[in-house]
Design a protein around this ligand. Structure first.
Ligand code: ADP
Ligand code: MG
Length: 316
């Protein structure tokens, strides 16, 4: 199958949106940005063997490639609108592409995101997605907006994806399906990000590990954070699979969670509680911002705790 039949296969399945003036098929897409909105743009790449285990189902690769990008828009409080897709494939495998599109377009439909263009090349399996979202001027959830005395919050549970990866790397250990699902099919917290506009001071999505990502918020905002390890939200599957210290390391530094970590003034606690109920999504208060620099993780008696490694870093 040639490049153009692959592209045609993609074009046939890509859904439209009324603000797409021209989608797949020309030299560039034409998109209508509504008046009074800014464009939020984010890009993330998934490389086989680095961002997902070799042999991951094509549909899961498709889902995750879009999910990690939507997670970035969520962390800004933006509403997803359009995306482009650069696919590098070792061979023109129509069955793999169809599976990939199943996962990718399922998530795209759920968030009304239109696939409007891309690039298709031959090479090692790699998927690069750009997402475009819309945001009301001045209302984005930036990393530099945290203030001393804010509460630090996180959505969902932490450490599940890293737990699955840990089990997958261990010889003779089965991977818990609930943990594996969190690794393969992360849920971008788009509705939460939108709802946090006007409530949160700062936000980031947890991709490299809570301590590392919260560290970026601290650096950008010029302050420090203290995290209570016992307050980190933990799934039943993770609690059942690992001892306490391993679990803590996975939750604090594992990464691949795609939950939102955000800071908000103490007065916002009731509003955040109401939001958790409205979205049926647990939101846990895990610490606070203080003067200084860096992130400190504390055990119940206030002892500082450090994981063996702080977070995932390419070239690290
Ligand atoms: P060009 O040579 O102008 O870059 P291409 O042959 O790369 O054009 O692509 C033709 C059309 O197909 C363009 O509109 C492009 O955006 C779209 N396209 C190519 N690959 C993909 C892809 N993987 N996903 C979505 N659209 C794609
Ligand atoms: Mg091209």
């Amino acid at each position: 199958m040639a490049e153009f039949s692959l592209i045609e296969r993609i074009r046939r399945r890509a859904a439209a949106r009324e603000d797409v003036v021209l989608g797949i098929g020309d030299d560039a897409a034409l998109l209508r940005v509504p008046p009074g909105r800014e464009l939020a743009v984010a890009m993330d790449t998934l490389n086989a063997g680095v961002h997902f285990p070799d042999g991951t189902a094509a549909a899961d690769v498709g889902w995750k490639a879009l999910a990690v990008n939507l997670s970035d828009l969520a962390a800004m409080g933006a509403e997803p609108a359009w995306c482009t897709l650069s696919l590098s494939l070792p061979q023109a495998d129509a069955a793999w592409l169809d599976g990939f599109l199943d996962g990718f377009l399922e998530l795209a439909a759920a968030h009304r995101v239109a696939l409007v263009g891309g690039d298709t090349t031959r090479g090692p399996l790699s998927v690069c997605v750009t997402v475009h979202g819309l945001i009301e001027p001045g209302s984005a959830l930036r990393r530099d907006g945290a203030r001393v005395g804010d509460a630090v919050w996180v959505s969902g549970t932490l450490g599940d994806a890293a737990g699955a990866l840990r089990q997958w790397q261990q010889q003779g250990v089965g991977v818990d399906p609930a943990l594996r699902d969190r690794l393969d099919r992360p849920t971008p917290r788009v509705a939460l990000g939108r709802a946090l506009r006007g409530i949160a001071h700062a936000a980031i999505d947890v991709s490299d590990g809570l301590l590392a990502d919260l560290g970026h918020v601290c650096t950008a905002s010029g302050l420090a954070a203290e995290i209570e390890l016992d307050a980190l939200p933990c799934s039943a599957a993770l609690a059942a699979a690992f001892d306490r210290n391993t679990r803590r390391a996975l939750q604090a530094a594992g990464g691949d969670d795609y939950e939102l970590c955000f800071t908000a003034p103490a007065e916002a606690s009731a509003a955040i509680g109401a939001l958790a109920r409205a979205l049926a999504l647990p939101l846990a208060r895990i610490g606070r911002t203080v003067e200084g620099a860096g992130v400190r993780a504390l055990t119940a008696d206030g002892t500082p705790w450090q994981p063996a490694r702080a977070g995932y870093e390419h070239f690290g």
